[in-house]
Design a protein around this ligand. Structure first.
Ligand code: PLP
Ligand code: COI
Length: 342
């Protein structure tokens, strides 16, 4: 384990650094145990564990960070608890109780205080709650035993270059989230997207724009973030689909755009054909925060957004400033959005 005093917080990318404690709870004989913080970062499992054979696993992602007045807070952990509950049900796993999820987040953050990046460094402590089927199964069926864990790692920006607009490509591959299962964050969905993301990176693109696999006419999301678009007259448009992850950041942005910025907000199907007419495009998510997209490459053609090639477009900047202001407690947050860690 690294000594946190030696971490260069400003230089962090989005990578894994082993921290002091992780939270572990086990499900056996039909119930979850009390859970505990442990120091060992290794997991020993039988070779036939369901997670290895049939990828029975799901995960979440959220961040903890310092505010200006010295509090450590995290953003809407109840929403992650709820989404993970849904993921577990869809994967025939026993859902982890939502109140215990939030409690476990608090415990693991408090235990790893030394790894929470200082205020103003731009970095934060990323929490990765995850759950998997742990006992041996060989016939195709769910496990009987499970582990719920939360690991933490300090992280910097997800995309290299921080707030600089990125270039993405229209993917030749489908994101493997079968229709109706987009609301889950499951290991296998991401495994099936690894070839697509590596292909995009090899070609020099930061991410993929996935289109709906059935008709390839509608915009879905990227590998790790939802889309936001702004029209020339300042309307926020976000794609609606059954096969994309309902981003907590995106749902927060829609609220902020309407209630704090007075924008018109549309959550609807977005056809790829209309993308060229938007003024601004961005990606949003816990890891991505709000990252501007300057250019979309589509098989030899390019869509360049009129504002946002060199820096964030004006509406994207307003959304970014307001959302991050709320997250850092510099702008009053809607009730229940900020959880202070004691
Ligand atoms: N879409 C995908 C595929 C993701 O992996 C993520 C990251 O969690 C998101 C969207 C953004 O979701 P959230 O804002 O809840 O982090
Ligand atoms: C997150 O934003 O928490 C995610 O899970 C995205 C992942 C691709 C890092």
């Amino acid at each position: 384990m690294i000594d946190p005093k030696t971490i260069k917080w400003e230089e962090l990318g989005f990578g894994y650094i082993e921290c002091a404690y992780r939270y572990v709870s086990k499900f056996k004989d039909g119930k979850w145990d009390d859970g505990a913080l442990v120091t060992d970062s290794n997991i020993v499992l039988n070779e036939c564990a369901c997670v290895f054979q049939y990828s029975q696993s799901c995960f979440e992602g959220l961040k903890a960070y310092y505010t200006k007045n010295g509090d450590i807070v995290c953003f809407r952990p109840d929403m992650n608890a709820e989404r993970m509950y849904d993921s577990a049900l869809r994967l025939e796993m026993p859902p982890f109780p939502k109140d215990k999820f939030v409690e476990a987040c608090e415990k693991v953050i408090a235990a790893n205080k030394d790894f929470v990046p200082p205020y103003g460094t731009g970095a934060s402590l990323y929490l990765r709650p995850f759950m998997f089927g742990s006992n041996p199964v060989i016939g195709v069926k769910p496990a009987d035993e499970y582990e719920f864990r939360i690991l933490v790692t300090p992280v910097g920006p997800y995309f290299k270059g921080g707030a600089k607009p990125i270039t993405i490509k229209v993917s030749d591959f489908d994101r493997a989230a079968p229709n109706g299962t987009g609301h889950i964050k499951a290991g296998l969905n991401y495994a099936m997207s690894l070839h697509a993301i590596q292909t995009a990176h090899r070609e020099g693109f930061a991410e993929n724009m996935y289109l709906d696999p059935r008709t390839r006419t509608k915009v879905e999301e990227t590998g790790g973030a939802n889309f936001i678009f702004v029209t020339k007259d300042g309307t926020l448009v976000t794609p609606k689909s059954d096969s994309i992850l309902p981003s907590i950041t995106r749902r927060s942005i829609c609220y902020v755009a309407e209630k704090y910025l007075g924008m018109k907000v549309e959550h609807r199907e977005v056809f790829f054909d209309e993308v060229k007419d938007f003024a601004e495009c961005g990606l949003c998510g816990t890891a991505a925060v709000v990252s501007p997209v300057g250019k979309i490459y589509d098989h030899g053609k390019e869509i360049c957004f009129p504002s946002g090639m060199e820096e964030m477009g004006p509406w994207t900047k307003k959304i970014y400033d307001t959302l991050t202001g709320i997250q850092r407690c510099e702008i009053e947050a809607p009730e229940g959005w900020i959880k202070v860690i004691k």
